[in-house]
Design a protein around this ligand. Structure first.
Ligand SMILES: NC(=O)C1=CN([C@@H]2O[C@H](COP(=O)(O)OP(=O)(O)OC[C@H]3O[C@@H](n4cnc5c(N)ncnc54)[C@H](OP(=O)(O)O)[C@@H]3O)[C@@H](O)[C@H]2O)C=CC1
Ligand SMILES: Nc1c(N[C@@H]2O[C@H](COP(=O)(O)O)[C@@H](O)[C@H]2O)[nH]c(=O)[nH]c1=O
Ligand SMILES: [Zn+2]
Length: 356
């Protein structure tokens, strides 16, 4: 069979791997959301994606799903990321692959994890398997971008998100707001549901001090089915009252404050001290990395978003623009690059920007 035709076949099945791998979004971390497909005679005979953390990995689920196991020694395994070769919560996937007798493995990307990093490929090759790598590399990098950023840059993947009016404001003039702290909704109900879906896909959600004080936000996923991200609050002086929702302890919350203001940790609320003098963002990101948080969605306010933008610490921006005009208020951050893509969410326009 000609080389190019074979590459096309490999691409076709790796695309299917990527399609099913997305089912793991928001549930597999700290494991990557891998997709695996097994083919025999150009026909899919098994499929699997990574289980929620602690459960079997994609390769093992794909092998388990094959009805006629006698076909395995004549089949090909496709997988978006190099199979693991170390014991975590589950045994190495390379053991399961070798035990199954699968002779050919097509891998999208080498795993940057310290414990893998090419060792999985070496184990398979040393056992006599044919290993083909580098197919659909760009697409696999895109799919595994949270996991790759976490391991390669030693920080979480950062998404900046905000809603703005058609004339570029994130909040109206304070005179328009209620005395009680609560969010001022600019985006439509359907976009707010979308924002909760986005929250469910990330490991952490972060807001600045004034947002916590002025909105008293919950920062959960109540409008979507999925897990709540860990909440992160920047509050150097510990000025947010203890009876505010973000400090209710119902969702694990990290509060960044200066040492002299740090109260005792309580169940669900963990204080992380930062020195007053140093730039906060790099310290904060290192702490999130140490906490094994692979992604964070920053939901404002303007000052917080601008501090991420200004220091270059962002990977993705999601702006929801409503057709409503506020005329004045809190100015939203300004982006000079072009969006990667956009779409309508009800009456709102959603724009997605990327930092690469
Ligand atoms: N439309 C939308 O999508 C959203 C709108 N909002 C609105 O935005 C408003 C709040 O925004 P804004 O006033 O800009 O305030 P922020 O919520 O961004 O909080 C700013 C404060 O947080 C602390 N902080 C943030 N980043 C850093 C940093 N890098 N280093 C040190 N401290 C930091 C500082 O507190 P300190 O100086 O006290 O130490 C700073 O003054 C609210 O009215 C809210 O309703 C909020 C979120 C989303
Ligand atoms: N105003 C505004 C947003 N505001 C963000 O949502 C937070 C409130 O979250 P919750 O308390 O969980 O409902 C708020 O503090 C701010 O971070 N989000 C949007 O999608 N659209 C909007 O118009
Ligand atoms: Zn594995």
């Amino acid at each position: 069979m000609c080389y190019f035709y074979r590459v096309k076949i490999h691409e076709k099945y790796l695309l299917r791997c990527l399609q099913i791998a997305g089912n793991g979004l928001g549930s597999t971390a700290p494991n990557p959301m891998v997709g695996a497909v097994i083919t025999y005679n150009d026909r899919i005979i098994g499929e699997g994606f990574t289980s929620p953390f602690g459960g079997p990995h994609a390769e093992v689920r794909a092998i388990d799903s094959v009805r006629d196991k006698s076909l395995l020694p004549k089949s090909t395994l496709y997988v978006t990321l190099e199979p693991c070769c170390h014991f975590g919560k589950t045994p190495p996937c390379t053991d399961a692959i070798l035990a199954s007798g699968i002779p050919r493995i097509v891998i999208g990307l080498k795993d940057p994890h310290d414990k893998v990093g090419g060792k999985g490929i070496a184990v398979l090759e040393n056992a006599g398997c044919e290993v083909i790598t580098g197919i659909l590399k760009k697409e696999c990098r895109e799919h595994h971008r949270r996991f790759l950023t976490f391991h390669e840059k030693k920080r979480p993947y950062i998404i900046l998100k905000w809603a703005q009016s058609a004339d570029g404001y994130m909040a109206p003039d304070p005179s328009v707001r209620t005395a009680r702290p609560e969010p001022y909704w600019i985006s439509s109900a359907i976009s707010r549901q979308l924002a909760h879906k986005w929250r469910s896909e990330e490991a952490a959600i972060l807001v600045g001090t004034r947002t916590a004080l002025e909105d008293n936000p919950t920062l959960d996923t109540r409008l979507w089915k999925g897990s709540n991200p860990l909440r992160v609050l920047i509050d150097r002086k510990c000025s947010v009252p203890r009876d505010y929702r973000i400090l209710d302890g119902k969702i694990k919350t990290l509060v960044f404050c200066t040492e002299k203001n740090a109260p005792q940790n309580t169940e669900g609320i963990l204080y992380r001290t930062v020195s007053g003098g140093e730039p906060l963002i790099p310290l904060l990101l290192t702490t999130l990395w140490e906490e094994q948080l692979q992604s964070v969605i920053v939901e404002g306010g303007a000052k917080t978003l601008n501090s991420f933008l200004g220091s270059g610490y962002w990977d993705e921006i999601r702006i929801i623009t409503s057709p409503v005009h506020l005329k004045n208020g809190l100015v939203a951050p300004k982006i000079t690059t072009k969006p990667r893509y956009d779409f309508k969410s009800g009456r709102d326009l959603v724009q997605i920007f990327r930092n690469d």
